[in-house]
Design a protein around this ligand. Structure first.
Ligand code: AGP
Length: 617
């Protein structure tokens, strides 16, 4: 949560900060602010609301400063007010600080600082840290030492319990920034005569593709001359490892679409092609993954898989569970990362742990990974964001290559995770009992996915019309069986997060054990009823809904017969292989949620209370 950016260079900092903040705004959008060093003084502008509101008051000030920091907030400590917005200043006016994370021991810190004469203007945890830095600065010998700024930040950070990605300005060192991380992402962009630190590549990609991903416990000191990297704890110098970001700024532009979510839904044929590219064996009977760092022999020893993830990524794991158990016959458990990290789950030596995450920064997932590694297990990661913390801390893994996902509601990253799960099932299956012929058929089905997704997307106008008719309802049920159950959960999550309509997903046959009480003309059901052996049973469940005057939007396979009067609305899916069905069935519910939210005039890409990557507990 929270987006941060800092700039040291030759250009006017404000323009670069505001542009960068707009790009990381999806990380948090309660309020935003900037601080620049203007004529030796710190100038701060901050405002509740979106970055646009900040730009309106910051731009006319025509700051000439070439060093500055900026922040977009997702509130944790303290309400959404101008005073609580970042940057925060130390009470002596020497330091400005932006922070992404949570300082857990700020209460004691604040008490100590008040005793020392520091004053506070906000209710935030962050203000304690900026004052603690000022406190250490006052204690450092003032002998003109260039490292005094860095040392004060470092000493203050040694007292912090919690998580942070920070960037700090100091009036005594006008063209410098000190930035550090522990538990929250931080990336350094090295451009032409300029340096940018940010919580997200998208904030700096318009300036440079050359980046250094900071590791936890590292601090970077940026000056006019360059930068130095060291450890917070031991002050050891760290040799920077340069990476090149593979995507360009245009990949994260809206283009002709109304919202990023809409763009990302329609990008799926290409995104999924990219996920699969180069990942099939030459004989066309299995998948291959370069990054797993496990031999076929290692994988044959695995007798249990544990998947950990949050939210939408967790739903993708539920699908992977079904496919892996069915095609590879390996028992799979799916855990909420937030629960797994605390519940001390027993794992045995032949267990392989997977974490699945779009951002690669979700704190609960990161901590689940660390907990499993601490117990000595190998942890593989399925990650979309290259270079993210989870990608770097995992023992191996699979990049999704779905491209940048900006909309808070995950769409293309989800279907890309489904593909990875389906490919894993194939790969593990072929290492065990799946025959060559079945493998070839499975690969053909996967290769056909982009075309199937295009066919599903072609129904957008029809689904938009349905959305208009149903947008006024306040409750929805999403029902499906087997591999359609996780898609029912995902459909319900998509609808509630962007439209604020209450929605619940259930296994269809569970309806009669409780949710059936909700059925009424006011609570429509989105019912997944693809053709197959369960079809007659699915129709019976729909009958039960209709008998209670419920409205039903049936998502079925083209050509399947639905008795008269059962479907109030019908959405057809192209016929496809079982392993591919969850992917294809996802498209209608993504479109339905999107069009309902758009119809209601919701802020689709930045829904209330949410943030794209959840880097707090
Ligand atoms: C998706 O629409 C949600 N916004 C959310 O559930 C998300 O999937 C979850 O926070 C996990 O994020 P991650 O994939 O980046 O770890």
């Amino acid at each position: 949560m929270c987006g941060i950016i800092g700039y040291v260079g030759k250009q006017r900092a404000v323009n670069i900060l505001l542009e960068g903040l707009k790009r990381v705004e999806y990380r948090g959008y309660d309020s935003s602010g900037i601080a620049v060093l203007e004529k030796g003084q710190l100038a701060v502008v901050k405002k509740t609301g979106r970055v646009e509101a900040l730009a309106k008051i910051a731009a006319p000030r025509k700051f000439r400063a070439t060093t500055g920091i900026g922040h977009t907030r997702w509130a944790t400590h303290g309400g959404v007010t101008d005073a609580n917005a970042h940057p925060h200043l130390s009470s002596d006016g020497k330091f400005a600080l932006i922070h992404n994370g949570v300082i857990e021991n700020y209460v004691g810190m604040k008490r100590f600082l008040i005793e020392k004469g520091f004053t506070f203007q906000s209710e935030t945890d962050t203000e304690a840290l900026v004052n603690l830095i000022a406190y250490h600065f006052q204690k450092e010998p003032a002998n003109g030492d260039r490292s005094r700024f860095l040392e004060s930040v470092r000493k203050a950070l040694l007292h912090v319990e919690g998580t942070y990605g920070i960037a700090v300005l100091c009036t005594d060192f006008p063209s410098e920034i000190v930035a550090a991380r522990k538990g929250s992402p931080l990336i350094l962009g090295v451009g032409d005569g300029e340096h940018i630190v940010a919580s997200d590549v998208s904030a700096l990609i318009s300036r440079t593709q050359n980046v250094v991903y900071l590791n936890d416990g590292e601090v970077v000191h940026i000056t006019e001359k360059g930068f130095s990297l060291s450890t917070i704890q031991d002050q050891e110098e760290v040799a920077p490892k340069f990476d090149r970001v593979s995507w360009k700024i245009e990949d994260a532009e809206l283009g002709a679409f109304a919202h990023f979510m809409e763009k990302e839904i329609f990008e799926q044929p290409v995104a999924l092609e990219n996920t699969m590219r180069g990942r099939f064996s030459d004989d066309g009977s299995t998948a291959k993954f370069g990054g797993l760092n496990l031999t076929a022999g290692d994988l044959r020893q695995i007798d249990r898989l544990v998947f950990c993830a949050c939210g939408t990524a967790w739903h993708s794991c539920l699908v992977a569970e079904q496919l892996i158990e069915r095609y590879a016959r390996i028992p799979v458990e799916v855990e909420y990362a937030s629960e797994f990290r605390y519940r001390n789950a027993p794992l045995d030596k032949n267990t392989l742990v997977f974490v699945v995450t779009q951002s690669g920064e979700t704190l609960d997932t990161l901590e689940a990974l660390r907990e499993a590694k601490r117990k000595g297990y190998k942890v593989m990661a399925v990650v979309n964001v290259v270079g993210s913390t989870i990608a770097r801390e995992a023992d191996g893994g699979i990049y999704q290559h779905a491209g940048p996902e900006v909309g808070v509601a995950s769409t293309k990253a989800f279907t890309s995770q489904l593909i990875v799960g389906a490919m894993l099932a194939l790969y593990l299956g072929r290492l065990r009992d799946m025959s060559y012929t079945d493998g070839v058929e499975y690969v053909k089905a996967l290769k056909h996915i982009p075309e199937l997704i295009k066919q599903a997307l072609a129904q957008a106008p029809h689904i938009k019309a349905i959305a208009k008719r149903y947008a006024h309802h306040r409750d929805f049920l999403f029902l499906g069986r087997q591999s359609m159950f996780p898609i029912a959960l995902e459909g319900a999550l998509k609808l509630k997060e962007i439209s604020y309509i209450h929605a619940e997903g259930y296994p269809a046959a569970e309806m009669k054990h409780g949710p059936i009480a909700l059925i009424s003309p006011e609570c429509p059901t989105v019912f997944f009823a693809p053709a197959g052996e369960m079809y007659p049973k699915l129709l019976s469940s729909i009958q039960e809904i209709k008998a209670r005057n419920g409205k039903v939007i049936v998502i079925t396979t083209t050509g399947s017969e639905i008795p008269d009067g059962l479907a109030d609305e019908r959405i057809d899916l192209p016929a496809c292989h079982d392993a591919v069905l969850p992917l294809v069935a996802t498209i209608p519910v993504q479109l339905l949620s999107y069009y309902i939210a758009a119809e209601l005039g919701r802020d689709v890409d930045k829904p209330r209370n949410l943030a794209k990557s959840v880097t707090v507990e």
